[in-house]
Each structure stands twice: as C-alpha cells, then as structure tokens.
Design a protein around this ligand. Structure first.
Ligand code: FE
Length: 201
C-alpha cells in the first residue's frame, strides 16, 4: 500500500514538473516572438503612408489646409523640425546636387512645404533638369511662395521662401522650362510629396 502511494506521489511530481517545463518554454517562445516583431517594425511614430512626410509628423504647425501665415521664432522651429529640414528651411542651407530624394523623382501628386504643409508645386510643373535639384516651372498658387533678393556668395539671385512659414526653399532662375521659362530650383529636403489618390487622378 505504501509502495503504491509512493509511486502515485512520484507520478504526480513528474506530471507537475512536465507542466512547469512546458509553461517555461511557452513563455520563452512568446517573449522571443514579441521582441522579434517589435524589432522588425519601423518606429511607431511613422505609418507607411507618412513615409514621404516624415519631417512633419511631430510638427503641430503643419497643415495641408490652413493657409494662415505663420510667424514663429527660430527656437520653435528648432524644436519641431528635424535637424536636416531645419538647416535648409531656417538656415538657408543647400543640399548637394544629385543627393536629394526628389531631383529625378517622377511621381504624380503635390509637393508641400516640409516645415508647414503649404502646397507649393504640382508634379505636372516639374521638369527634368540637369542641375541635380528638383525643378519646377510654376507654383501651385502665386502666393504659395515669396521672393527675396539674395546677394550671398558674390552672386545676385532670387531666393524662394514658403509663402506661409517663410522657410527657405531654394532659388528661382530664368533658364527654366516653357511655358514660364522659370526654374524653381528647390531642395528636396524641404519638400514633402503626396501622391494623388486613385479617385483624385
Ligand atoms: Fe512652409
């Protein structure tokens, strides 16, 4: 009788240990799977549809519909723009030719200011230019941009600024494409491209 009881106890103990072992393995597998999934995902801050608009994701001043002028201090822009966009938009930097994401891009859609969301150019005003920067022959609206004389570097040029937020976008020249003959020579980094939807085409 005692021997039978001991066998029973040993059997119970064996079952308990097996169950514990299986639970531990299951927990381990779950942890590994969860970690692998999170490591393989892009940062949750950006959805795939925002891939081309990543510079304005955490910017509360960015709007595709509000055309009210923005007059914000430099300290605010420094907080809401990425360092790359800030350098061009607020410090009049210039990206190197043939290095930007849009100089030879041919998507159909609209180009917006990467600092404030203001509509700047349509893709049908973009033309193939050999200069190495995205080039357009006209803006979406006359008020999309503003102009300022730029005498820097011993040159006489016309600077192009966003009509809503004053961001530096690039320069405009008279060696462009018909029908205007203008060449709005822009920095890719300060442009956000939004493709037309199937319904809107
Ligand atoms: Fe802007």
């Amino acid at each position: 009788m005692t021997e039978h009881r001991e066998r029973l106890e040993r059997s119970r103990l064996k079952i308990s240990l097996t169950l514990m072992h299986r639970t531990t393995i299951l927990l381990f597998i779950t942890t590994v799977v969860l970690f692998a999934c999170s490591a393989g995902q892009p940062p949750s801050k950006f959805s795939s549809s925002e891939a081309m608009n990543e510079h304005s994701v955490s910017n509360p001043y960015c709007s595709r519909t509000d055309t009210t002028k923005l007059d914000l201090p430099d300290s605010v822009w420094k907080k809401v723009l990425s360092p790359e966009v800030y350098e061009v938009a607020r410090k009049a930097g210039t990206e190197r030719a043939f290095t930007g994401k849009l100089w030879d891009f041919e998507g159909i859609g609209t180009y917006y200011c990467a600092a404030c969301g203001n509509a700047l150019f349509r893709s049908d005003a973009k033309f193939a230019s050999t200069c190495g920067w995205p080039s357009f022959f006209e803006t979406v609206r006359p008020a999309s941009v503003e102009y300022r004389a730029d005498m820097a570097f011993g040159m006489s040029r016309t600077e192009v600024l966003c009509g809503r937020c004053g961001a530096h976008l690039g320069h405009v020249f008279d060696d462009g494409s018909p029908p205007t003959g203008k060449r709005f020579c822009m920095n890719s980094i300060v442009l956000d491209f939004e493709p037309d939807t199937a319904a809107g085409q």
